[in-house]
Design a binder for this molecule. Structure first.
Ligand SMILES: [Zn+2]
Length: 432
């Protein structure tokens, strides 16, 4: 049961406000905001001294591997990592076994999510079984609560099918097509970025152009159909240029970038081994620099992790055969704060916009990423910028260990997370 909760001595930063305020919470909602020490309601106290209180972070691209991949992650372990990372809402990708492409599976996953320490939303595939041949029933899935449609892991190759998909979601104002933008034939058999490192290691590469080709095509379709389009885990300067042009044109186009694509390059792949393999792959320094500027300026709307756990057996093989993907949901806040806010490149307000406000808007998630005002559902994260953290894969709550940040130290860490008025993380530990 919810008891009253008070969050004291923190600096409230919600994308609009930025000031010292104490927060009173009852029945899952914010009922009082007051100068420090001035709250009239009493309740369990959460200390935010020296920390920022913000709307809970929203990660719109995670793979929690349910159903079918529970040896790598499940809804509970994934949601626990999210909570520890200050994430109060996630969008789970549909590339499960079976594929999330119909209402029955959406409902089954939803039922498993009810007791999780994070608000979990299911996306659904664009095509049945992500085979790129027949469209899903958008209307039924939308009515079941799905807002994000994607064949993530794979691209929708067919231009005509993608056009029909845009038309198919047109009646649903907050539905969006999210694309894993890599043209299939160009990346067929590719392992890492096509470039000097792939040539040195004798591995087939995935060219950067494969991303730009799809992003450009899809933006053209979005223009023709007045559709809503989102680029998943954008990784190249060229794709960013298309997105910027689309935004200037007023098209409804958004893009996210992962923490790893904002920090690491193809030069890190050998050091990281199979933990450095993901799709799209780590790119060039010029891509990283462009994406960083894009994030700072707001041309990149959001950070999302593409949290992709893989059981050690799936990663412990050769570079060519290892499964692609990296952990991310537990470490996102610390990586981005450390790289952008601690260094003075981004304000705490913009941090909240990119990691909470914007992703919630993109994925049509209500009650998260909202201004912290009277009546709002209390989905909150408390971030302590003075806490340093050296990441160890074995300490992460995920069932898998494939973090690209092993041994790396970050400035700042989530101290508390509150989900609908109930603490789920206190002092960087899960509430049992
Ligand atoms: Zn993907």
């Amino acid at each position: 049961m919810n008891t009253n909760l008070i969050i004291t001595n923190g600096r409230l930063v919600d994308g609009t406000t930025d000031k010292q305020l104490d927060i009173g919470i009852a029945d899952g909602r914010v009922i009082e905001l007051a100068e420090p020490g001035e709250l009239t309601i009493k309740g369990e106290q959460i200390d935010a001294d020296g920390a920022y209180v913000m709307p809970g972070l929203v990660d719109i691209q995670v793979h929690f591997r349910t159903p079918g991949g529970e040896e790598s992650e499940d809804i509970q372990s994934g949601a626990q990592g999210a909570a520890l990372g200050g994430v109060t809402a996630c969008v789970m990708m549909p590339n499960t076994v079976p594929t999330i492409d119909n209402v029955a599976i959406v409902e089954a996953v939803k039922a498993l999510s009810l007791s999780a320490p994070c608000d979990l939303r299911s996306s659904a595939a664009i095509t049945i079984n992500r085979e790129g041949e027949r469209l899903v029933n958008f209307k039924e899935l939308y009515e079941a609560g799905v807002r994000v449609f994607t064949d993530d892991g794979w691209v929708v190759d067919s231009e005509e099918l993608m056009r029909q998909a845009f038309i198919g979601i047109r009646d649903f104002p907050d539905a969006v097509l999210s694309q894993h933008a890599e043209e299939s034939e160009m990346v067929e058999g590719g392992v890492i970025n096509e470039g000097v490192v792939s040539r040195r290691l004798g591995l087939k590469g995935r060219p950067r152009e494969a991303e730009a080709v799809i992003v450009k095509r899809d933006i053209d379709l979005a223009r023709q159909t007045d559709g809503r389009y989102h680029v998943l885990h954008m990784s190249t300067l060229m794709a960013l240029e298309h997105v910027i042009a689309a935004k200037f044109e007023g098209l409804r186009v958004t893009a996210e970038v992962t923490p790893q694509h904002l920090v690491l390059t193809e030069d890190d792949v050998e050091r990281l081994g199979t933990s450095g393999k993901m799709n799209p792959p780590l790119r060039l320094l010029e891509d990283v620099e462009a994406l960083r500027v894009g994030l700072i300026r707001g041309h990149v709307d959001a950070v999302a992790t593409d949290h992709a756990p893989h059981h050690p057996e799936l990663k412990g093989t050769s570079m060519a055969t290892a499964a692609p993907g990296m952990l991310g949901v537990e470490t996102m806040a610390s990586v981005i704060w450390s790289e952008f806010v601690e260094t003075g490149l981004m304000s705490p307000t913009d941090f909240v916009r990119r990691l909470s406000v914007n992703p919630a808007k993109i994925a049509g998630i209500t009650d998260h990423g909202k201004q912290v005002q009277i009546g709002a559902v209390a989905n909150l994260a408390v971030f302590d910028p003075s806490q340093s953290w050296t990441v160890r894969g074995e300490d992460l709550v995920s069932k898998s260990r494939n973090t690209p940040w092993e041994g790396r130290s970050f400035a700042g860490r989530i101290r508390h997370t509150v989900l609908a008025g109930s603490p789920v993380v206190i002092n960087s530990c899960l509430v049992s």
